[in-house]
Design a protein around this ligand. Sequence first.
Ligand SMILES: Nc1ncnc2c1ncn2[C@@H]1O[C@H](COP(=O)(O)OP(=O)(O)OP(=O)(O)O)[C@@H](O)[C@H]1O
Ligand SMILES: CC(C)(CO)[C@@H](O)C(=O)[O-]
Ligand code: BAL
Length: 285
Amino acid sequence: MEICRTKAALREARARLGDEGAQVGLVPTMGYLHEGHLTLIRRAKAETDRVVVSIFVNPTQFGPTEDFDAYPRDEARDFTLLEDEGVDAVFAPDPSEMYDPEAETAVEPTNLSRILIGRLRPGHFRGVATVVTKLLNLVQPSHAYFGRKDYQQLAVIRRVVRDLDVPVEIVGVDIVREADGLAMSSRNVRLTEEHRAAAPALHDALQEGRAAIEGGRTVKSARKIIRRVLQGAQGGEISSIDIRDADGLAQVTGRPEGPVVILLAVRFGSVLLIDNMVADPREAA
Ligand SMILES: Nc1ncnc2c1ncn2[C@@H]1O[C@H](COP(=O)(O)OP(=O)(O)OP(=O)(O)O)[C@@H](O)[C@H]1O
Ligand SMILES: CC(C)(CO)[C@@H](O)C(=O)[O-]
Ligand code: BAL
């Protein structure tokens, strides 16, 4: 596995990997890898000839009071895991390598990046869209893999690629969960024992919300049910409960007629957990 610290080293590795028209899969991550990340990597391995993983805790997607410094990191362990998965190259640059201090260009879908998580984390999706665009330009993959756990992020990236004619196939991968339903996330290690025990309430609430929508309830009624379940989570502070059109994330009211996505954000101490689930009333029993 080639370890690339600079953009120049990455471009050289990419040229070698892409010989004879090989298809290249890119899996962008912020490291501290878990089974969710490994599932993305295995999918990339199955669908492409060569796999590049990036590990970069991107400072520009964190707000000034957010957890950039506290974000968990363990590069040595990550490299071992990637080696074991048969990854061909890893890109792990310092922020100073990634960003020219004089850069003045950014990428941001104007509407999609300002709703939902974009309201909770102003500037977040501008940071994500810009760094992902840079990674796509550097690696020039045929396919790039993203988790559905970050549902809005996936929508933002699809929008960017479509609007800017980026020649890549974006692949969404289902959420990988712990046995008790909690969505895997690098930030889960920062939960206290009490908060960790309460956190599966997000998954419980999503399941109840989905059952309500698929049972013909209105959005308002489903939100009420979800709120009640989340209020039982000791130490959890509800940041947002949203039920939106599953494709474009437009607002939905009344009784949904097509697929919707239920999006939750709950704060436990300084850790913001997010999760989501699609509900389709046409699946009603
Ligand atoms: N449980 C999961 N199931 C599927 N994909 C996941 C899961 N967790 C993360 N991913 C995906 O892995 C990629 C890298 O995510 P990232 O490195 O931010 O990990 P993370 O666990 O989401 O961390 P955090 O949410 O704490 O920032 C993203 O595309 C993300 O959606
Ligand atoms: C896509 C990403 C690697 C961009 O920094 C990040 O937002 C993440 O890990 O989901
Ligand atoms: N996986 C989302 C990255 C972030 O929370 O910044």
